[in-house]
Design a protein around this ligand. Sequence first.
Ligand code: EPU
Length: 373
Amino acid sequence: MAKIGESVISKNIEILCVCSYNNVSKSLHLFFSLTYMAILEEKFSLQKFNTFGIQCYCKIFAEAKTINDLKSIISEYCYNPLPKLVLGGGSNLLFTKNFEGVVIYPNIKGIELVKHSAESTWLRAYAGENWDNFVEFCVAKNLGGIENLSHIPGNVGGCPIQNIGAYGVEVKDVIDSVEALDIQTGDKIIFTNAECQFGYRDSIFKHGAKNKYVITAVIFKLRKQPAIILNYKDVIEELRNISEVTLSAVRQAIINIRRRKLPDPAQFGNAGSFFKNPIVSVDAFQSIQKKYPMAPSFTVDSEYVKIPAAWLIESSGWKGVREGNVGTHESQPLVIVNYANATGNEVVEFSEKINKSILQKFGVDLETEVNVI
Ligand code: EPU
């Protein structure tokens, strides 16, 4: 092992030497950085860390299994000028090139009881817990609130970022607070539900807090007396012959629907809905309706409606279309599929063609739901 001040032979030296280190503490920092980095591969494949299955590499991959690991990683890299990317389950992102920076992977596991009241139980789930395992855990304990969010890929740490939602429920409805570490200082910060500024597939973590924090855990407030939320046609249909609608019956119904409609990322790479459902003014929707009386919509408020992007895509002739390595899924065209070793750019180019034809036909500009890197 090298002594402080000795030069350490590492491919990564040049990266760290970008900063000049004058005093002992900074020399110590450099020393530990070099010894730590020496055990990491310089070129780390991220193919297994994104559900699109895109082959790409990062410069440094730093996995944290505990909060202390994460603090060490933050203190090692906070002076480093390389860009940082926090990776969760990789289920909502698309790499278009190698990431020439540090990927921080908070693979911290665990579910803890925080507190109880007569009606509710608060659980802390750590960022690296698989989302659907957490849903299964809650359903098994008869704690209600997230059963409609069954079978969504990804980890707990990612769920507040895009405020995951399905079948009439959004995760914001049950999030009490989000715990994170500041990526510059390592300080702990707690975001209350209101501070997360949740919206449709949106939160502060996509805006003001983007790339500034590593989410370490989410605290959920779950119902001890579950209230089954059945306002979605498909789910009602699926449960029609079930005499007792329990949380696990709802969970199973949703798993069945999703298995039927959505491609399994283990078989065909994808990141779920590629686009958001666009929210347009009632006036804009009415002019679409004049030309297309069958156009579906969901009320947002008195001024706005949401149009299913799947309908816009299908009506523009893109349902089940495959071009080379990529295509839209045959039963849910909102999902773009990597059929065979596609690059991120092939996916982006395909999505841009879809968007362009929808813009021409309906005057609606689709917004990408997936985070394109
Ligand atoms: N539709 C079509 N053609 C199709 C499929 C759907 O025209 O082939 C139209 C129909 O009018 C249908 C409507 O789209 O009623 C809604 O379709 P669906 O129920 O499949 O839901 P979605 O709006 O397309 C959203 C979420 C999904 C979530 C489902 C179920 C977004 C961007 N997507 O899709 O979330 O599972 O509702 O609640 O809001 C995800 O975010 O990755 C995701 C899969």
